[in-house]
Design a protein around this ligand. Structure first.
Ligand code: SF4
Ligand code: SF4
Ligand code: SF4
Ligand code: FES
Length: 949
């Protein structure tokens, strides 16, 4: 693929459905009404110079390069700010225009360093291109007048630099920060000649509100804002389009390469999930892929106190297969299992569950989605009939009221948060349901209309009281319900929801949310136009996670907010491929496409294709695997790309279970916390080293493309295939494309998906089959997937995890923008500049009561364990609630979380842990033990004996 991105049309596409025909340089062109003359001219094939315009930003009209002549108009209007009119006759080239454009460029160049040959942007600079295009050969004003050539560079950001000497003050960066990212970190200071781009008050990006999304860097037409990697490594030579491996937004990126080295990752303009935008993780934090900590050879050891021994791939695979067969011989067929990864591709995940079902001969397969979105699967399937979000991201453009529940999009799903903020600036209303004052409540240029600041653990009480108001105040969409929903289930639900105990007034003492606020928010949601719900782990990771998901679906059905653009129920998925790992049959009770393993017809479909007999009983879930390990019946585990020792709740319980295993096989990039308990380490490959697909939160299946060979020699899918072969169940694939063909053959919702189709269409939202050959952006349009939508009674039942005099505070957990999940990737990048430790956020009142100051070390004790972090005093918390992130293993956030879990799916109740917080002076006992164990394991890894010695 060439380095050229698709054409820059100068101004955004008009959404108008009316067409206008005009003539540009004698060529007739038809464009939507509202299109600029600049865009129409470029569409007609004319070459109009421009500097302040780019098609990701609204026209600004400052550079005066795009001037044109229009019949019947005086002077030379700027084509970027002039809208097309029917019958217009436009000329983009004439002697007069050429003279004016050369004059403009002379002025720019007279205040610009003439160092093109040594400039990092040489060959990728619009100023340079346009100087050539307008035929600039001399600068009459000379270079020695007043200029900015000696201005000092701003180098505070670890990923990009700002050189004011190269700035032409076109404001593209300022506008990108406002219009695309919605952060408003940049301004143009002063006026006229003195104008200068400034980040924040002090002019330093790192001291400003900048979130390092990179939008300004992309927008800059010169080398004023440029990636440090380009300065260090030079311009890229070729490009591969691939998909971000961080969050569930699934941004499309151009991996710009020199040989097998990534020079930079640039968000792809044609990416349907991100439309050319990105966040700091996907844009800049890719260096972990070649970090020195990557393990590049397979390793084995008998006991976890032994040093590692590097071995060949063949030895590692044969050893693993031998151990698994030995264990099954001794303890039975069900004594081993596997865990798939939401960080790996669909094809890899599919192969792991196939390995477990076909080669292990049981259904002991589970996935990290168990601990995040398993209630989404259960709740949406039970009510709507499909375990997935209902909309595409672009649906937000038609939303009038958005309700965000238990999600923190600016940190967890930043690119979608920017789309939300854009819609809010256009006038949409916002309701936030969250115990914390997140940025969407009260952030830069965002203000929620209602913030329902509930107590952690009372989601269901809030959703019921919202639905109560809708039902009691006559706001139900009875017509929609009668046509689309199961009448019996609806009547039962209506009776339930109207009961007085569900009213906001009755619930207020439980939720802490003023009844009047709930009533106002319910009215807005039900009557404010298209209303859409977006939710996150603050909904699912509760003892009533599945109940809450069903409560959300009830509310959407009750108000008719489902089945068209602008509405819907949308889980914001955490990891890049959570949706995909669930779709691919990673749960112990489901084959790919969410079909129950007990269903004989589905089973026989897979049996005849896989040529094996499948067990009809669901296997063990992750927590059951831990329990079985502790009771001695589960002895072998294959973990691909998940760090259960850090991510799962009640760390001490997990590590005891891992220690009880006779063969723990970890396939990962790094020696993660789980690998410290492993007997076999199989080095995995990053998203840059393999082919495959990821499925994002909007069911969009996008290609992951290999841009460099696997550092350890094998891609993850190849390792699983080899292991299966060694276990006596050969799998025959030459490429991941063949795996996808098998998935499509066996899974009706994927019937039309293939690598060829994705390459042709860019990406595909499942279901994709003969009735939707190009995929399905919005689900449940004419009828629900399950036929009639089913209302479910969602009685609020308080969690067992209650505050007490001993544990008087509630701890809730979440993420931060710059770090990702257990931090294995982002901790190995310069993102540490923003967040280099997890802290405990505590309200100043709670801190004062305990004599705690900002930065003090505090002990956090729960029924499960104790850890120590530094405190951060924050009014984002409500009194009585404390909060922390979990990106650093030594923080031990999950030492404190308990084994309470969702009643339906066992998703852990991470969001509610009763704790006490006290001032302390030294690390907790667990942290001391963790430190000693980690140091020992790192020594054992460093002392590993190389292969063939
Ligand atoms: S990196 Fe993003 S947030 Fe920072 S100044 Fe640029 S556009 Fe704004
Ligand atoms: S830094 Fe770049 S984008 Fe920003 S005003 Fe200067 S030249 Fe324009
Ligand atoms: S928003 Fe998510 S998918 Fe997009 S660049 Fe950031 S981490 Fe990657
Ligand atoms: S591109 Fe039109 S004025 Fe700059």
């Amino acid at each position: 693929m060439s380095l050229l991105e698709s054409v820059d049309f100068g101004t955004p596409q008009s959404r108008s459905e009316m067409a206008v025909t005009l003539q540009v340089d004698g060529v007739q062109v038809t464009v939507p009404s509202g299109t600029s003359v600049l865009r129409a001219s470029i569409a007609a094939g004319s070459n109009v110079p421009k500097l302040c315009a780019t098609d990701s930003l609204e026209a600004f009209g400052s550079c005066r390069l795009c001037l044109v002549e229009i019949d019947g108009r005086k002077g030379y209007p700027a084509s970027c700010t002039t809208a097309v009119e029917a019958g217009m006759k436009v000329r983009t080239q004439s002697d007069a225009l050429a003279r004016i454009r050369r004059g403009v460029m002379e002025l720019y160049i007279s205040d610009h360093p003439l160092d093109c040959l040594t400039c990092s942007a040489n060959g990728d600079c619009e100023l340079q291109d346009i100087a050539g295009a307008v035929g600039l050969r001399e600068v009459r004003y000379g270079y020695d007048g007043a200029n900015h050539l000696a201005a000092k560079k701003e180098l505070s950001n670890p990923y990009f630099s700002f050189d004011p000497a190269k700035c032409i003050v076109c404001s593209r960066c300022v506008r990108a920060c406002e219009e695309i990212q919605g952060t408003y970190a940049l301004t143009i200071d002063a006026r006229g000649f003195a104008s200068v781009v400034t980040a924040g008050q002090a002019g330093r990006f790192m001291d400003s509100e900048c979130v390092s999304c990179g939008a300004c860097v992309q927008a800059c037409p010169t080398a004023a804002l440029i990636e440090n990697s380009v300065i260090d490594l030079g311009q890229p030579e070729h490009v591969h389009v691939t998909t971000c491996a961080y969050c569930g937004v699934g941004c499309s990126f151009r991996a710009e390469m020199r040989g097998t080295q990534v020079i930079r990752m640039v968000p792809h303009k044609d990416g349907r999930a991100n439309h050319g935008h990105s966040c700091v993780k996907g844009r800049f934090a890719w260096g972990y892929a070649t970090h020195k900590d990557r393990i590049r050879s397979p390793m084995i050891r008998k006991k976890i106190t032994d040093p590692w021994q590097e071995v060949s791939w063949q030895e590692a695979i044969v050893y693993t297969a031998g151990e698994f067969r030995r264990i099954q011989g001794k303890y039975g067929r069900d004594s081993i299992g596997g865990i798939t990864s939401s960080r790996c591709t669909n094809e890899e995940t599919y192969l792991v569950q196939k390995l477990v079902r076909a080669a292990f001969g049981n259904n002991n397969v589970d996935t990290c989605a168990r601990v995040c979105h398993s209630p989404t699967g259960y709740g949406l399937k039970a009510t709507l009939g499909e375990s997935a979000g209902t909309q595409d991201f672009d649906s937000i453009q038609a939303t009038d009221v958005m309700m965000i529940i238990g999600a923190n999009p600016t940190d967890g799903h930043p690119v979608f948060a920017s789309a939300m903020k854009r819609r809010l600036r256009e006038g949409a209303k916002l309701i936030v349901v969250d115990p914390r004052v997140i940025d969407m409540v009260n952030g830069p240029h965002v203000q929620a209309d209602y913030h329902l600041q509930l107590r952690p653990g009372t989601n269901v009480a809030v959703i019921n009281s919202l639905a109560h108001v809708v039902a009691a105040e006559g706001l139900l969409r009875e017509g929609f319900i009668a046509q689309r929903c199961d009448p019996k289930a609806y009547e039962t639900w209506k009776k339930f929801i109207l009961q007085p105990h569900n009213s906001p007034e009755a619930m207020e003492p439980i939720t802490g949310v003023p009844a009047a606020t709930v009533r106002a928010a319910a009215r807005l949601y039900a009557t404010g136009g298209n209303a859409a719900i977006y939710y996150g782990l603050g909904v699912t990771e509760h003892s009533q996670g599945s109940t809450m998901v069903m409560g959300i679906a009830n509310l959407a059905m009750a108000t008719g907010n489902i089945g068209r653009s602008g509405v819907g129920v949308n889980p914001l998925r955490g990891q890049n491929n959570v949706q995909g790992s669930c779709d691919m049959g990673s749960f112990p009770h489901e084959l790919p496409g969410y079909r129950h393993i007990a269903d004989a017809k589905t089973r026989s479909l897979f049996e005849s294709d896989w040529k094996v007999t499948l067990v009809s009983e669901p296997g063990l879930r992750i927590p059951n695997m831990f329990d079985a390990a502790l009771d001695g019946s589960f002895k072998g585990l294959y973990v691909q790309g998940e760090d259960i020792a850090q991510s799962d709740p009640n760390t001490q319980h997990v590590t005891q279970a891992l220690t009880s295993l006779e063969c723990l096989v970890v396939q990962d990039l790094f020696l993660n916390e789980t690998a410290k308990f492993a007997h076999v380490f199989l080095p995995g490959s990053s998203f840059l080293e393999k082919d495959g697909t990821f499925t994002n939160a909007e069911r969009r299946v996008s290609r992951v493309r290999k841009v460099m060979p696997p550092l350890a020699g094998m891609a993850d899918w190849e390792i699983t295939v080899e292991l299966s072969k060694a276990l006596g169940y050969p799998m025959h694939y030459d490429s991941p494309a063949q795996v996808m063909d098998e998935i499509a053959r066996l899974t009706p919702t994927f019937a039309g998906v293939s690598f060829e189709a994705i390459d042709r269409l860019g990406s595909i939202q499942w279901p994709c089959n003969s009735s939707a050959p190009e995929g399905t952006p919005v689900m449940h349009v004419d009828q629900f997937v399950r036929g009639k939508g089913r209302f479910v009674v969602t009685e609020f039942i308080a969690t067992d995890e209650k505050v007490s005099p001993r544990y008087p505070l509630i701890l809730t957990t979440g993420r931060i923008l710059s770090q990702y999940n257990v931090g294995a990737q982002t901790r190995r990048t310069a993102n540490l500049a923003w967040h280099d430790e997890d802290r405990l956020e505590i309200h100043p009142h709670d801190a004062q009561e305990r004599g705690i100051g900002d930065g003090d070390w505090v002990g956090i004790a729960s029924r499960a364990g104790e850890t120590v972090l530094r405190a951060r005093l924050s009014e984002r918390m409500q009194p009585g609630v404390v909060y922390t992130t979990f990106h650093f293993p030594g923080s031990g956030a999950n030492v404190i979380t308990t084994e309470n879990s969702d009643w339906a799916t066992n998703c852990p109740e991470y969001k509610v842990t009763a704790v006490q917080v006290t001032l302390v002076s030294h690390p907790s006992e667990w942290q001391e033990r963790f430190r000693r164990f980690s140091e020992q394991q790192i020594r054992l890894a460093e002392a590993r004996k190389p292969v063939h010695t």
